[in-house]
Design a protein around this ligand. Sequence first.
Ligand code: ADP
Length: 481
Amino acid sequence: MTAPFRNFIAGEWVAAAEAAPNVNPSNVADVVGDFARGSAADVDAAVAAAKAAFPAWSRTVPYARHEILKTVAAEIFARKEELGRLLSREEGKTLAEGIGEVTRAGQIFEFFAAETVRLAGETLPSVRPGVGAEVTREPLGVIGMITPWNFPIAIPAWKIAPALAYGNCVVFKPAELVPGSAHALVDIIVRAGVPAGVMNLVMGKGSVVGQRLLDHPDVHAITFTGSVPTGRRVAAAAIGGETMKKIQLEMGGKNPLVVLDDADLAIAVETAVNGAYFSTGQRCTASSRLIVTEGIHDRFVAAVTERLKGLVVDDALKAGTHIGPVVDEGQLDQDMRYIEIGRSEGARLAFGGELLDRDAEGFYLQPALFTEATNSMRIAREEIFGPVAAVIRVKDYDEALAVANDTPFGLSSGICTTSLKHATHFKRNADAGMVMVNLPTAGVDFHVPFGGRKGSSYGPREQGSYAREFFTQVKTAYTLA
Ligand code: ADP
């Protein structure tokens, strides 16, 4: 037995009273390690350290923070295979996807390293004679971060990198299922030279560690990515508590991919299969509603089914695997429950949906494709978060657009078409934060805003230079000279 991986609080690696195993979903006999499960007192210590570190850290010259973030990026790039392997082992996405995600984390740190010296303000003439007005941006203070399991390093990176770049202190609570990548990332950050208290890691349960972050009066802001129900709790606690915290919530999606008669069939099939099933469908941007016009419907369904037959579902770390396991038993149960719901609602299970046996015991599910679905079915309205997609047949573009927008969510929305007219109209009229033309609904760049509308998101966008809207606050100063 090796000792559990520890939390990082006030510049020290600190053991917690409890620990829990981090289990490989491709092989439940393989335990990545035991990881600390922190307490409310651990959060209190981390917040106190962050608060104490803030005055000095927030006044460091931006270039000092640039050097630290650049060092973090360099180490992530240098270790991308090893970190990608760790990520795939604990989360279950394929090794190629794991390495890709780690690379993305490096790019995010590189991007925000450069952003440190680009934080411009504004100067304006006052309406009063002899007076000048200046608008500057300042850090917020202590930022609590609560992250989900589906992107164990990229999501923490796109919250931590801008927070540090702009001079904030961090208390980071990763998802219970993926503490390994979080621990490795924090280890890299602290060795890159952040002063004690600036970067804290408290692993543990949402109901304990997460909840204490929400309730703590010295936490100034919370950035959260996760499910809609937890997002609502975050909002209620963060705004209804002793201090009104700034909040940023990224939650679910029920993302539509429209396929029109004039689409290039090969592009449409790749776009749909990638968007719906890669990363085991466990992406908030996954295409779970495939909205297809009549003229191409049967050809599209036949070609997607053929493509699904060729996909290898197996151990995430095995060469040749296209789709890894579902992340854990609870998520697998949810996926199976929705497959049953789809059947009972009258949709036709055209492919997959069966549990699969592999060499080791893991959570293997064959990608499931429903046809003959309607947009009012639960499988078309509720986020499943697994490799399950439903085809909805529509008459024409107008109906496709109406169905695409008829959802409580609004994260990402896609269309496959060769018509400039329809692509242009869709970009303008899709009620979503991100729109994709002939590209999967999932898969985004790091230097442009990420986020959605309606029930998907709340608060300022993440990523790119737009991240400053959340991670800084403006000050207006007047001077009579
Ligand atoms: P998922 O597990 O599907 O990613 P959740 O919303 O359950 O979505 O979890 C996202 C993050 O929110 C996780 O880090 C989880 O521990 C945390 N969390 C869960 N419940 C709470 C809560 N009551 N307060 C704060 N954080 C929570």
